[in-house]
Design a protein. Structure first.
Lengths: 378, 919
């Protein structure tokens, strides 16, 4: 029979298909033309403090930080004539308390230190409904965190979300000892380096709409997906989710930006295009300005996801091995921060040395977090 | 007594042999060990130029065993048949007669042959030209008298018409060359195998040739208009020694230019991805055809967009000719007969698309016996069945193909693919019925369906449904018509039910109903006319969204149906001005009516068309004419022969296209929507000027051509940045007009016969587009010309096949092209917590050049005619060098950082084996 041969053929096919699609990093040659366009990052927070970050574009492939637009005069003006002036809190960061009237339209104007004037279109102020709930579920791709909201007035329709995530994590080994002034001593509660907390803002664009639905309902909209094996939900994870309502044009801006710069890499990518913004350079509207300003109130909710609510979260740890450091070797090892002592080793009640491990296995701060427990942490 | 007679005959033979020897007798060399006699005779025939005659079945079971070195033909025969009962004789007309038991007396024929009227007498001897150049017994030498016998003192023009068919299956042979009197006159058979040729009354010799078939020679005396059918015999069981004849379907002599014809045999030899014989991928290897990447079968002809190709399969319009995200073409290779691609001179009978017509014809079923074939490959399995339905008048051909690609996808490392799933199948049915000598009916049906998920909850489905009935009627020998009724349907849908509240199903459908009558009338020796009337009703449902769950809140929405009628009247004349100059002049007048019911928005005069400039809307009733476009389309080609081996051709074409795809992706995607021209989206217009030089060498087996073209394109569609093309009630607000031009030079060297065959094509071509719409707010690239996505200046394709023997052949492809243009970011910015890319001008950079070579080994099972199953194996490697040809370069924001990637689709060498069998 020919069957064995056919099976062989199919097996060879599997072997080759497995390596079909390949993705290799591509480094674009550094461009010399300095585009230097203004980037306006932020939104008009109608009920609280508005923070805007003004910066400039940088050349592709450079590692330099984005040039901040410092020393600009920024103001927000209502149709009713109200004026809000922004202060530059830190370099390129401007803020103002903007308690706005939702029936009014507002316009942002920027006069840079280089005397370039920029002005936005008139911005509607939208009301953001509260977040109904945040739910989560583990599926085969990881932990999906979803948001639910609705607006009984039906006026919201277009939404954007951002979040700050905080999680608690532990180093691989609990060290009760430390090396101090030439001696190994016990740690006090205050010097423990086992438990850390890390907070960071979201980086991907999350947007959604109920346009086309009979009610203004957002159901099970995924705002984050934490892949299997990730450290974050292993002990306790928390998300502070912010919800903003957008106009349709603003929604189109974010959706297009995401299509072009975040959800691409498929076989059927959209053609790159220039984005339509609502901020223009005065006197030359052909100069690109990056960003889209919309105005709304914010709805914010915090949620905690304990690992106990996740069914067996598998967590890929570093590979860490402990070593034995004999008495007399402290200076060479602990003193040079090659190892950190974990616990004493005794033979016949005599101290012979210490069990120790490299700092990255013992000191949780080396993974980016801090020892300070956030005020909201339970 | 008998004994004596035998001695008498033997004596005569010796005499004759001596007589023959007095001429220059050819000398034969070769290794003929363990060879069947019929093959041996085949070889001798081609080596010696002598004709062999012997009774049917006589040689079937014998084998010979000789090695020859420069032996005369007579001693060759003596040596070969020394230990067999076969006797031989040679006559002075270079004919060899083989008999069983005793040799024949050639002197008798000597006498007979001097009397032309009794040429028929050869028939009496009950010989067949078994190893000869054609199928029907003794047909080569028979003199056919066509029409009623009458005096032939002054020749008058007369017409011969008839069908060319496959002797074995009764299938019509399309595009066979029928030529008369050493190629002084030639015609090609039409899709039903029909031909009409005009000749003066009197004696002629007709040659009917077709690749893969023995040439047929017919000696005729033509008295008046007559019908004459010719059956060709397949070369399958022959030893493929070079049989060179002077009359191949000649690139030089035919009037068309920019036309490439490929038969399925050629297509099968080309190595393919996973061994899937793929019609469209072979078309992509022709000069002048490019694509945006190897993941797509969407093709671009001479700078045209992918929607500017009319893809026809057995008379049906196929809107989406691809399977599996576009990796494979949707045509069952066992059902396809041949493929014709028209790039420059598009016949008057075709219209509605600007760039090309790809006409794929299907085989007819076997009229004589039931047969079938099946194949197993790593990706698909396929089967076809065919046979007669009644007594040789009706045949059917049924083909089906399906995939088991799903489990293959699961093996992919890349998560986004291993989470994908894909399934497809296609089914073809072709029924041919010959009512009588004047009427033939055929029914063609095609159905294809694809279903896939691309690493998300969204399910994509699309499907082609096509059916047509064709009636061929021969009014009289010079005048025949094809009447077709056709229904074509294409639709896709996307759906998701992951979140019940948002569960939806989105659907798009095109329905096309058409009726056409295409007539050909051979007026006289100088004029062959073709004319016809075609009418197509389009009904397009451009979008419909429905809830897909009882809890879903999706509001059902439906875009207005678009309806239009395209009517075309055409007339063309093929004029033989003199022996060397011929002209094809034609005009196609197309009228397009955009019909109600529909609501059309009106916009402020001179203001950009945007949602906020909508002034009003106008409602039109059912079938009310909303807008009419009409234009004459000119089709002109002229050919001047330069000697017998070369020619020069020029052509000028104008075309109109009334249906467009709207897509803002680089590659043709299965969810691209089509849009009919309306008051805002005008018909796309194209014109092409081309010139070509053609030369055939080596007895027409090597064709050389050099063609140059210049093309203009008006009213093409382009999109505003971030255009929304889905469920858009006023799509005109997102679409802008563009124009373009393209030019190029194409060189092709093609060898059609011999052990080594294939082609080498090179094309230099450029295509530029620009936004040409005063109403566009941000014109693409500031309104300047920019290279189109498929602008790949250099293209080199070498497609070669070397046949060692009838059973073994190897094929090699070598493909090189310039990388396609891409848009790279010109700056980076930080927004919303992440670094992102900023793009301005489109297509200012290129991905690295493309290079690929493929290799395959084709093994046919043994060629015993009388076995139940004929096997064949193909083993090969796609992308032999394993080069990672980039499909795209993209920049994406991940965890706040901007990363650039180069994506290759087949970044490794891919071996495959497929097994096919016929029964």
């Amino acid at each position: 029979m020919r069957n064995p041969l056919i099976i062989l053929v199919l097996l060879s096919a599997i072997a080759t298909v497995s390596s079909y699609h390949c993705k290799k990093p591509y480094v674009v040659p550094e461009s010399l033309n300095n585009r230097n366009y203004l980037v306006v990052d932020g939104f008009i927070n109608a009920g609280d403090e508005t923070q805007l970050r003004l910066s400039r574009t940088r050349n592709v492939g450079t590692n330099k930080s984005f040039p901040a637009e410092t020393g600009a005069r920024v103001q927000l003006q209502g149709r009713d004539g109200t004026l809000y002036f922004f202060n530059e809190d830190s370099v390129g960061r401007y803020s103002a308390f903007t308690v706005l009237n939702p029936t009014q339209q507002y316009q942002l104007s920027i006069l840079t230190a280089g005397n370039e004037a920029y002005v936005s279109d008139w911005i509607d102020i939208k009301n953001t409904p509260p977040i109904d709930s945040i739910t989560w579920a583990v599926n085969k791709d990881g932990l999906a965190i979803n948001v639910n909201t609705h607006d009984p007035t039906g006026a919201s329709r277009y939404y954007r979300w951002s979040y700050d995530e905080t999680w608690e994590y532990h180093s691989e080994y609990f060290s009760k000892l430390k090396y101090e002034n030439g001696a190994v001593v016990s740690r006090t509660l205050a010097d423990l380096i086992f438990t850390c907390y890390r907070t960071r803002p979201s980086t991907s664009l999350v947007y959604g709409t109920s346009a086309g639905l009979s009610q203004d309902v957002i159901s099970q909209k995924q705002v984050a997906l934490i892949p299997q094996g990730d450290q974050r939900p292993a002990i306790l994870y928390s998300m502070l989710l912010h919800q903003y309502t957008l106009t349709q044009d603003a929604y189109n801006f974010w959706e297009t930006l995401a299509k072009l710069t975040q959800n691409n890499g498929s076989l059927f990518d959209a053609l790159p295009a220039q984005l339509k913004t609502n901020i223009h350079k005065v006197g030359d509207s052909t100069v690109p300005v990056i960003g889209y300003l919309s105005g709304s109130t914010t709805a914010t909710t915090r949620v905690f996801i304990p690992s106990s609510s996740l069914d067996h979260w598998r967590y890929d740890r570093f590979f860490c091995d402990t070593v034995r450091v004999d008495v007399g070797q402290e200076q060479n090892t602990f003193g040079r921060n090659v190892y950190i002592p974990i616990e004493e080793r005794y033979v016949m009640q005599t101290l012979v040395g210490w069990q120790a491990a490299p700092p990255e296995c013992v000191d949780c701060r080396l993974e980016g977090g801090s020892l300070t427990k956030p005020s909201f942490w339970p | 007594m008998r004994y004596t007679f035998r001695w008498f005959l033997l004596g005569l033979t010796i005499l004759c042999t001596l007589a023959a020897a007095s001429q220059t007798m050819p000398r034969i060399s070769g290794d003929f060990r363990n060879m069947r006699v019929d093959r041996f005779v085949d070889s001798l025939q081609s080596l010696s130029g002598y004709r062999f005659y012997y009774p049917d079945h006589m040689l079937d079971t014998l084998e010979i065993d000789v090695q020859l070195h420069d032996q005369r033909l007579d001693s060759t025969l003596s040596a070969a048949f020394a230990h067999s009962p076969i006797q031989w004789a040679i006559d002075p007309w270079k004919r060899v007669f083989l008999t069983s038991g005793y040799p024949i007396q050639t002197n008798l024929y000597l006498a007979a042959a001097e009397m032309p009227a009794s040429e028929d007498s050869i028939r009496a001897a009950n010989f067949s030209n078994r190893a000869g150049l054609q199928g029907g017994a003794y047909a080569d030498n028979k003199l056919y008298e066509l029409g009623h016998k009458r005096s032939l003192k002054t020749p008058v023009p007369a017409t011969i018409s008839g069908f060319v068919r496959d002797e074995k299956t009764g299938e019509p042979i399309v595009a066979a060359t029928v030529s008369a009197d050493n190629d002084s006159k030639r015609v090609l058979t039409d899709p039903s195998g029909y031909f009409t040729i005009q000749l003066p009354t009197g004696r002629h010799e007709l040659m009917v040739t077709y690749t893969g078939m023995y040439d047929a020679r017919r000696r005729i005396i033509l008295y008046e208009d007559a019908k004459f059918n010719v059956e060709l015999k397949s070369e399958v069981s022959s030893l493929k020694l070079v049989v060179v004849t002077a009359a191949k379907s000649s690139n030089v002599a035919k009037n068309e230019m920019g036309v490439q014809r490929l038969n399925i045999r050629t297509i099968r030899q080309v190595p393919a991805i996973l061994g899937e014989t793929d019609v469209l991928r072979v078309v992509l290897a022709l000069p002048g055809v490019t694509s945006v990447g190897e993941g797509t079968t969407g093709f671009n002809v001479r700078g045209g967009a992918t929607d500017q190709n009319l893809v026809r399969f057995a008379g049906s319009t196929i809107y989406n000719p691809a399977h599996f995200f576009g990796f494979f073409s949707a045509f069952h290779p066992d059902v396809v007969k041949d493929v014709e691609l028209y790039k420059a001179s598009i016949p008057e009978k075709f219209g509605g698309r600007l760039a090309s017509v790809l006409d794929i014809s299907s085989r007819d079923g076997n009229k004589k016996k039931f047969a079938g074939s099946a194949g197993i490959g790593p990706l698909t399995s396929k089967i076809s069945l065919e046979g007669p339905i009644d007594s040789g008048k009706t045949s059917f051909l049924l083909g089906a193909r399906t995939t088991y690609s799903d489990w293959l996808l699961k093996q992919l490392k890349d998560k986004s693919y291993s989470r994908s799933s894909a399934a497809f199948y296609d089914v073809d049915l072709h029924i041919a019925h010959e009512m009588n000598t004047r009427n033939a009916l055929s029914l063609n049906a095609y159905y294809s369906r694809d279903k896939f998920r691309l690493a998300s909850d969204t399910l994509y489905e699309y499907s082609n449904k096509n059916a047509n009935v064709q009636w061929k009627h021969i009014f009289h020998s010079k005048f025949f018509g094809n009447f077709t009724l056709a229904y074509d349907n294409y639709g896709f849908s996307t759906s998701s039910d992951a979140v019940p509240v948002n569960a939806y199903k989105y659907q798009f459908t095109i329905n096309q109903y058409s009726a056409r009558g295409d007539m050909e009338y051979t007026l006289n020796d100088r004029h062959a006319l073709n004319f016809g009337l075609q009418s197509t009703l389009y009904q397009l449902d451009p979008g419909k969204i429905d809830p897909d769950d009882s809890r879903s809140l999706v509001i059902p929405d439906k875009l207005d149906r678009q309806k239009a009628l395209e009517t075309a009247l055409y007339f063309g004349d093929h004029i033989n001005v003199n022996r060397t100059l011929s002209v094809n002049a034609g005009v196609r007048y197309s009228i397009y009516n955009y019909l109600g019911p529909q609501r059309i928005y009106t916009y402020g005069q001179g203001a950009p068309r945007e949602v906020n400039t909508i002034r009003d809307s106008m409602s039109y009733g059912n079938s009310a004419i909303i807008k009419t476009y009409q234009a004459p389309e000119i089709r002109l080609t002229a050919r001047q022969l330069l000697g017998s081996k070369s020619s020069i051709k020029i052509s000028f074409n104008t075309l109109q296209q009334y249906i467009h795809t709207l897509s803002n992706t680089t590659a043709a995607s299965p969810t691209d929507i089509w849009k009919l021209s309306d008051p805002y989206i005008r018909p796309t217009r194209g014109e092409q000027y081309s010139i070509g030089l053609y030369r055939n060498v080596k007895h027409n087996t090597v064709e050389l051509s050099l063609e140059a073209y210049y093309k203009n394109l008006r009213n093409a569609v382009d999109y505003k940045g971030g255009a929304n093309l889905v469920m858009n009630h006023h799509i005109e607000t997102d679409v802008v007009n563009a124009r373009g031009y393209a030019y190029g030079v194409e060189f092709l060297l093609r060898k059609t016969a011999g052990k080594l065959n294939g082609w080498i094509g090179y094309a230099y071509s450029r295509t530029f587009l620009k936004t040409d719409d005063p109403l566009a707010a941000i014109p693409t690239n500031g309104g300047r010309y920019y290279p189109a996505d498929y602008d790949k200046p250099h293209n080199l394709n070498a497609i070669m096949n070397f046949r060692f023997s009838q059973r073994y052949s190897v094929s090699l492809n070598v493909i090189y092209s310039t990388g396609r243009p891409i848009t790279l970011p010109v700056a980076e910015f930080s927004l919303g917590g992440a670094v992102r890319a900023f793009y301005t001008d489109r297509n200012q950079y290129r991905i690295p050049d493309y290079f690929r070579s493929d290799f395959s080994l084709n093994i046919d099972g043994n060629h015993k005619v009388k076995q139940r199953i004929h096997n064949s194996w193909t083993a090969g490697v796609y992308n032999l060098t394993g080069r990672e040809n980039p499909y795209s370069i993209y920049f994406t924001s991940q965890n706040g950082v901007l990363n650039g990637y180069q994506l290759s689709i087949f970044g490794t060498a891919i071996p495959y084996v497929t097994y096919n069998f016929r029964f």
